[in-house]
Every structure is written in structure tokens, then in C-alpha cells.
Design a protein around this ligand. Structure first.
Ligand SMILES: Cc1ncc(COP(=O)(O)O)c(C=O)c1O
Length: 413
């Protein structure tokens, strides 16, 4: 039963294309994995610390939300909603065109300027989604004659963009810069790009950016950091993972999303003006894709302003994640060196993980899992996301309940 989704996806060559769909349907009908129900929860309202959810069996209940990437949880901030309302009145509901046709409004322009100054770069470019932006950036930058060095835990969009470019992909072991250096030494292509998540989405760990910078200079490589989970969440003012090392200016291309800490949607790249100008024309996921609606852009701009002017959102996030991780580590959980608001609990057995997660749903706690295909089955984990809006009482209740369940299922002793 482990790796169900991988088994079905990797069907044999020579079989009909619909074989995959039939195999998955059969398996799900006979023995769905234990975590299957947890993948089909329906939210009946926006994310809050207590969120109303409908379970697959039709039960409606308020759950303590530990499953959202909306780390600062600004989604209901009155000024965000007001900015969105005003933008809707002025610009309507959608963009209707890609940015280079009739999709770029003054709000998009303002956001790009704001992002460039946030990252300390000359220019920035907004994409309609974090995923598609990475596809566009990597497929535009890398050529088949180049080599792309990719941390093995990087987000799928980075691997997918690399694949689309046809470039040679050289994955290195997670956070292992010795392994990366060995590969750089052996590489004979002149074009080299090192790409790494800043905060890793399944581990909560942070890239060794000091070492990545050293290696990029030593081996004449270009360095891109995708800090989707780090911007507006880690570092002073939420300036991201590279800022923790004081090395923001050494990153050649910053990449981020509005979909995590800010709770919105969209991606962006920030760097030298010539690189950004090139991407504006050659990153096909912006050139051939409609721009973000101005309402979303307005909400993003307002959320960025709030992070700058109301420092307590970031302070609460740090206080909450520090408290929660230390409680769970004291209980004996392996949190995989998380240093961010994503706190994984290693389980290592998908059936056990499914039972563990279902028990938490029953206790009113909404969690996510990291299982195949996101991570190897032997490294499967419960994935807990802390938000700035949680109270310490809520996190204490969650830690007590998770500790008890973890013992019941033999995840901890
Ligand atoms: C590192 C990284 N890059 C890109 C993305 C894709 O972002 P989005 O969900 O905004 O499409 C994610 C999403 O989890 C991510 O973790």
C-alpha cells in the first residue's frame, strides 16, 4: 500500500495511457491509503486559527488549523480586505490579458517596484503563480548545454522548470554542500546554475547559503534562491533566508511567492535589471499567461505594507514556532532540523502516519502530511504549520494532543 500514487503513475511502458487512471481507481476503490481522507477536507471558510471544515464523511466542525501556509494569517486583516475591495471597484475582477498585452496595471508596476526594494535588487517581475514562475524562469535561463545543480529536496516546480529547459540536472543531497562541490568540480559545462529553496517546504530547514555563495564564486556559477517559505517569515523584517547570513546581495536571482506567509497567490523573481528584462520576454509562463487580477495585487501590496508597519505579526510567528517546536522536541519528536514555521514530525511509515493524522483530525486538529510523491515513503512525516494568529493556549492544546497520539501510535516512546 505504501507509495500508492507512485505505483500507479509509474506504469509500464507499452501499456495504454489510461492504464494509470484505471489502476489508481481500482486501488482507491479496494484499499485507499489511510491518509486518503485527510487529503479531501473542504474548508467552509477562510483560514483562521479555528477554521470550519467539512470532512469527506460530511461532518462539519471547527478545527485548530495547523495545515495552512498562510503563516502571518493576514487574509482577514481589515486593510487587506479594503484594499482588495477598492481595487475591484477600479479594475474589476480579472486581468483579461498577459502583462505585456493589456494585463499590467499601475498596481502591478507598484508591486514590482516594491519587491525590488524589498529584495534590494534593481528590478522584479511578477508571475501568476509561484509554480508557473519557476517553470518560466528556469526554462528561460537554462540551456541544454548548461548544468543545473539542484538540492534534492527542492520544490517540484524547480525540477519541472529544469526538465522543461532540457538542461543537465545534477541533484545533490539535501543541504550537503560537499556533495554539491564534488559535482561542481567534475562539471565541464561553462553555464552553471545552483538553485536551492531558501526554506525547504517539506523540512522547514534553511539552505546553507553561506556555503552556496562560496561555491558559486569558486566555480563561476549563478545562484538562485527560491525563498517561497522564507520571505515575510524568516529574517529581520521577513527579508528571508539569505538575510540570516547577511548575504542577500550575493544571490544572483531571488525568487518568492505571495502564497505562503502573505496568504495570497502569485510568484516573483528579483535581480539585476537585464536578467529581469530578459525574463519578462522569455519566461513563457508570464508572456503566455494572464496577469494576476489587480485585486490580488492590491491585497499583496497591502499585506507587504502591514508586515513592515505592524511588526507584531512576525514577532508572534517567531514566538509561536519556537514554543511549538521546543514542546514537540521535548516530547521526543524528530523535527528534522526545522528552523521555520514549518515543523515536520518524522514518522517513516505511511500507514502509521495515516492513523496518526486521522486521530488528530478526530481530536479537532487539522494537519498535513508529507508522503509520496512529495517525499520518500521511508521519510514520510506529519507536517505542521504554525501561524502568527495562533494563541499559546491553542498551541499547548495541540502539542499535548500530538504528544499523546504520537505515543499511542509508537511515533515516540
Ligand atoms: C519553494 C517553493 N517554490 C514554489 C512553490 C510554488 O508556489 P505556489 O504554491 O505559489 O504556486 C512552492 C510551494 O509550496 C515552494 O515551496
Amino acid at each position: 500500500m505504501n507509495s500508492l500514487f507512485e505505483q500507479c503513475f509509474n506504469s509500464l511502458p507499452g501499456t495504454r495511457i489510461t492504464e494509470k487512471t484505471e489502476r489508481l481507481a481500482q486501488k482507491l476503490a479496494s484499499a485507499p491509503p489511510l491518509y486518503y481522507a485527510g487529503l479531501h477536507m473542504t474548508l467552509l471558510e477562510g483560514v483562521k486559527p479555528l477554521t470550519r471544515v467539512r470532512t469527506p464523511s460530511g461532518q462539519v466542525r471547527d478545527m485548530l488549523m495547523l495545515g495552512s501556509n498562510s503563516f502571518l494569517n493576514l487574509n482577514f486583516h481589515p486593510q487587506v480586505l479594503e484594499a482588495e475591495r477598492k481595487a475591484a471597484e477600479r479594475f474589476g475582477s480579472g486581468a483579461g490579458s498577459p502583462p505585456l498585452y493589456a494585463g499590467q496595471t499601475v498596481l502591478h508596476e507598484e508591486l514590482e517596484e516594491r519587491l525590488a526594494s524589498f529584495c534590494g535588487t534593481e528590478a522584479a517581475l511578477v508571475f501568476p503563480a509561484g509554480y508557473s514562475g519557476n517553470i518560466g524562469v528556469l526554462s528561460a535561463l537554462c540551456r541544454p548545454c548548461d548544468t543545473l545543480f539542484c538540492d534534492s529536496s527542492n520544490h517540484a516546480s524547480l525540477f519541472d522548470g529544469a526538465r522543461l529547459s532540457g538542461t543537465r540536472i545534477s541533484p545533490y543531497l539535501h543541504l550537503n554542500t560537499k556533495h554539491l562541490e564534488k559535482q561542481l568540480k567534475q562539471c565541464s559545462t561553462p553555464g552553471k546554475l545552483i538553485v536551492s529553496d531558501g526554506v525547504f517546504s517539506m523540512e522547514g530547514s534553511i539552505a546553507p547559503i553561506d556555503e552556496l555563495v562560496r561555491l558559486k564564486w569558486q566555480y563561476d556559477a549563478f545562484l538562485m534562491i527560491d525563498d517561497a517559505h522564507g520571505f515575510w517569515a524568516v529574517g529581520d523584517f521577513g527579508h528571508g533566508s539569505a538575510s540570516l547570513y547577511g548575504l542577500r546581495d550575493e544571490v544572483d536571482l531571488h525568487y518568492g511567492t505571495f502564497s505562503k506567509a502573505l496568504g495570497g497567490v502569485g510568484g516573483f523573481a528579483a535581480g539585476q535589471r537585464n536578467v529581469i528584462d530578459y525574463l519578462r520576454y522569455y519566461a513563457r509562463s508570464t508572456f503566455f499567461s494572464s496577469a494576476l487580477p489587480a485585486t490580488v495585487v492590491a491585497a499583496t501590496l497591502e499585506s507587504i505594507r502591514i508586515v513592515e508597519e505592524e511588526p507584531w505579526h512576525l514577532e508572534n510567528l517567531r514566538r509561536n514556532r519556537d514554543y511549538f517546536q521546543s514542546r514537540l522536541e521535548k516530547a521526543g519528536f524528530n523535527t528534522l532540523n526545522s528552523r521555520s514555521a514549518i515543523i515536520p514530525l518524522l514518522v517513516g511509515d505511511e500507514d502509521k502516519l495515516g492513523r496518526f493524522q486521522m486521530a488528530l483530525f478526530d481530536a479537532g486538529i487539522f494537519t498535513n502530511i508529507g508522503a509520496t510523491p512529495a517525499v520518500n515513503a521511508s521519510k514520510c512525516r506529519l507536517r505542521l504549520n504554525v501561524m502568527a494568529s495562533h494563541t499559546l493556549e491553542q498551541l499547548k492544546f495541540a502539542a499535548d494532543t500530538i504528544e499523546q497520539s504520537g505515543r499511542n501510535f509508537g511515533v515516540i516512546e
